[in-house]
Each structure stands twice: as structure tokens, then as C-alpha cells.
Design a protein around this ligand. Structure first.
Ligand SMILES: C[S@@+](CC[C@H](N)C(=O)[O-])C[C@H]1O[C@@H](n2cnc3c(N)ncnc32)[C@H](O)[C@@H]1O
Length: 402
């Protein structure tokens, strides 16, 4: 097997011949004999900071075992072994036999044989095995599939112990975001519609799905970090055993997003509700997670960790910008973001500058921020009527200045 070596974080990783994955001059990671996507470096870098934050805050005096059941080259798990503090063991696994060969070589190349164990099983079978046949306390499970994490969620949530961390990547955004609504109903048990806020819908659908599976195991989830980037969403939830609160928390955190087709207004509600009294037509999406999707203290800790320990990461410029925006919008996360073009098309003849719009809302005493989900979205505490007035005012001001 022809190979190449890549360097990422503190790891050197052998990958299969990259030439084989060049299709019409474009690199297609899924065409490699063993999957490796250089574009996911940001995802893996951010994982290093998020998992270290979890270990420091939630597992400081406990032995920490990390399981990465869909490892491909092993890059993620090997980086965890090399770059994280206070990790006792990392288990990497992949069903692909070529992947097994690469994982072994990569573990040797990085000299982490004592910390990293390798399996070559079906991911769910491995999780059941570690749960029932050879009970192994696992603190962190990182599910990084190609597509949907749904097939692996039940085994992961039953294996994970009290105060464990579940990290999940999902790339099936057409399903989670509502473009393929029948698949969303089958896969995630939600009724969706086509709305502009697809990426936030995707995060809230996946959180709602994980919360329901956790509850079936008498467990509850607390989102620490959820985000959208490039072509995927990524979620980190703290999982706690709590039989008495599981139903109550599900009841409080599951609800609906309402999108009003005439006005462009969007909001979250515990039950499907109507838009207003003027007959504006609303569509309901859900049941989905209406609670917080990030924990502000967790993100603040990540920012400090990043500055103190992880500024060597290759994607550090992007991480700095990203965490800054995330913390800005976090205080308004109870309000789903408003898609400015949808509202502007009803009340104005063109788009306002977002900076002017934010200034207008702040000037009126409302809180407002941009969102990482969409460069044309804003979160605000202002009612819809005030937002519409500010859109008109911002455009008038630009006209006068122009
Ligand atoms: C997206 S790749 C993982 C990428 C890797 N985590 C990284 O950061 O580079 C998904 C991997 O899951 C493996 N896989 C798919 N279904 C599996 C299953 N049921 N059990 C174990 N591995 C599986 C595939 O062979 C593939 O290598």
C-alpha cells in the first residue's frame, strides 16, 4: 500500500496514497482507502481544547479513558494521547481492515503504544462489549462518522458513565436541517420544514435526539459546546445518570421552532404556537431542543485554555475568532437567530449593513449579536416590530450617508 505522511498538531500520521483520491483535480477524502480529511483539522484542534476543558472541569481526579470507535487512520485518538493532559488510555477502533494496519503503524510512529489500544470491530458491537462483556469505565466517547451518528448513539449513551462526555460529529446536514424531511422523520423522529435557519435547526434536532435516547437510559444531557462549521455540526454534551430528572428535563427542553412565512420571524416555543393575530402563516419544526446549546462557563474556560496551552495549533487564528463570536452569541442563545434577508425582503427594498443594524438595536436598549451559524443572521432580545424598524432605519441612514 503506497502511503504519505501528514503532520497535524503533535502527531505524524501515515495516510493511504493521496493520488488515488484526486478526482478531476479535486481531493476527495472519501475516495482514500482509509479516510482522512485535512479540512477537519479545525474540528480536531477544537476537540483538543474542548476535551481538555472537560477533563479539567468535570473529571479532574478520575482516571480518564477515551473511546474513538470510528478512527480511520487513528489521527484523532493518537492526537488525544499526545496532546491532552491526564488521559490514562485511548481506545481507537475501525471496522476497515486496512485502517487496522494504518492505526497500528501510526501508533508505533508516534510512540503511544502504552497509551493507545486498537480494535477492529463494528463500533456498536465494541461499545456493547465494553459495556456488558468486559465492563470498562469510559469517560469520553467521540463519534466521528461519515454521515449520521444516529446508528451509534444508543450504544454510546448506554456505555457512557455518570458525568461522561459525548462528542458527536454529524455531516448529514440535509437531513438534520430539514431539506430531506422524510429522512429526518425516519432517522431523528422530527417533523421539519424548509426554513432559513437550517444549521441551528440541525444542532437542535441532534441535541433533542440525543436527549431522548439518553432519557431512555435514565440519563440526562447538558450541552457544553455545539457548533456548525464547513459541512458539519459538532456537539459536546455532558451525560449524567439521573432517573428522577430525565423526564422533567426532557419536558422542559424539548419543544418547537416556529417560522413565520409572511414576516420572516422565527422563535422557539414549548408547544406549536401561532405567529400572531394578523394571520401570519407559521410552520412548526420539532420536537427539537429548545434549551441552551452551549455552556458559557465552559466556553470561557476553553478560551483561557486556548490562550495558555494551545496557541500552537495550526488553526489557532480561526479558533480565536470562532470562540469570540460563540461567546458573544451565547448570552442570546435562548432566541433562535433571525435571518435578516427574509425580514428585509418584507419591510425594505434592500439589505441593511449588519453593523448598522446591531448599532440601532443596541441604541434602543436591546441586546443583539451576530451568529456563527450564518453571516446574515442576528440574535436579539428585540421584538420583531423593533427589528423591522431598525432594518428600515439602517437603510435610511446608509441612503443619507451615501
Ligand atoms: C469519517 S471516518 C473517521 C475519521 C476520523 N475520526 C478522523 O478524525 O480522521 C469514519 C470511519 O468509520 C469507519 N466505520 C464505518 N462504519 C463503521 C462501523 N460500523 N464500525 C466501525 N467503523 C466503522 C469507516 O471505515 C471510516 O474509517
Amino acid at each position: 500500500m503506497r502511503q504519505a505522511v501528514v503532520e497535524e498538531g503533535k502527531a505524524l500520521i501515515l495516510i493511504t496514497d493521496p493520488e488515488e483520491a484526486i478526482i478531476n483535480g479535486k481531493f476527495e477524502p472519501a475516495r482514500l482507502k482509509v479516510f482522512y480529511n485535512p479540512l477537519m483539522e479545525f474540528n480536531r484542534d477544537l476537540s483538543i481544547i474542548a476535551i481538555q476543558a472537560y477533563i479539567d472541569l468535570y473529571a479532574p481526579h478520575r482516571p480518564v479513558k477515551i473511546l474513538e470507535p470510528l478512527s480511520a487512520t487513528g489521527i484523532r485518538g493518537i492526537r488525544y494521547a499526545l496532546e491532552l493532559e491526564n488521559v490514562d488510555e485511548v481506545i481507537i477502533n475501525d471496522l476497515n481492515t486496512l485502517s487496522l494496519i494504518l492505526m497500528n503503524r501510526n501508533v508505533q510512529l508516534n510512540r503511544v503504544e502504552r497509551k493507545v489500544k486498537i480494535f477492529n470491530k463494528d463500533a456498536s458491537s465494541l461499545m456493547h462489549y465494553l459495556h456488558r462483556e468486559r465492563p470498562t469505565p469510559i469517560s469520553i466517547i467521540d463519534l466521528d462518522p461519515y454521515g449520521s451518528p444516529a446508528p451509534f448513539a444508543d450504544a454510546a449513551l448506554s456505555l457512557l458513565g455518570h458525568k461522561g462526555l459525548l462528542a458527536v460529529t454529524a455531516t448529514d446536514l440535509a437531513v438534520l436541517g430539514g431539506s430531506k424531511k422524510w429522512k429526518a422523520l425516519k432517522r431523528y423522529w422530527v417533523k421539519l420544514a424548509d426554513v432559513p435557519q437550517k444549521k441551528e435547526v440541525a444542532v437542535r434536532v441532534l441535541l433533542g435526539y440525543l436527549a431522548r435516547i439518553a432519557a431512555a437510559h435514565d440519563k440526562v444531557i447538558k450541552p457544553l459546546l455545539s457548533y456548525y462549521a464547513d459541512h458539519y455540526i459538532r456537539i459536546y454534551v455532558l451525560v449524567e445518570r439521573n432517573a428522577s430528572k430525565a423526564a422533567k428535563l426532557l419536558d422542559e427542553n424539548l419543544g418547537y421552532m416556529v417560522y413565520c412565512r409572511w414576516s420572516g420571524k422565527a422563535f422557539l416555543a414549548p408547544e406549536p404556537s401561532s405567529c400572531d393575530t394578523t394571520g401570519d402563516k407559521g410552520v412548526f419544526l420539532g420536537p427539537l431542543w429548545i434549551g441552551d446549546f452551549v455552556d458559557i462557563e465552559f466556553i470561557e474556560y476553553m478560551i483561557r485554555l486556548f490562550q495558555n496551552k494551545f496557541s500552537y495549533l495550526n488553526t489557532s487564528k480561526r479558533i480565536r475568532k470562532f470562540l469570540k463570536l460563540l461567546i458573544e452569541e451565547a448570552s442570546l442563545q435562548k432566541n433562535v437567530y433571525q435571518y435578516v434577508p427574509a425580514i428585509a425582503s418584507k419591510v425594505a427594498d434592500r439589505l441593511p449593513k449588519l453593523s448598522e443594524l446591531l448599532e440601532c438595536l443596541n441604541g434602543k436598549g436591546f441586546r443583539a449579536s451576530r451568529t456563527h451559524f450564518d453571516p446574515m443572521g442576528i440574535r436579539t432580545s428585540a421584538p420583531h416590530s423593533e427589528l423591522a424598524l431598525c432594518i428600515q432605519k439602517s437603510i435610511r441612514r446608509e441612503n443619507n450617508e451615501g
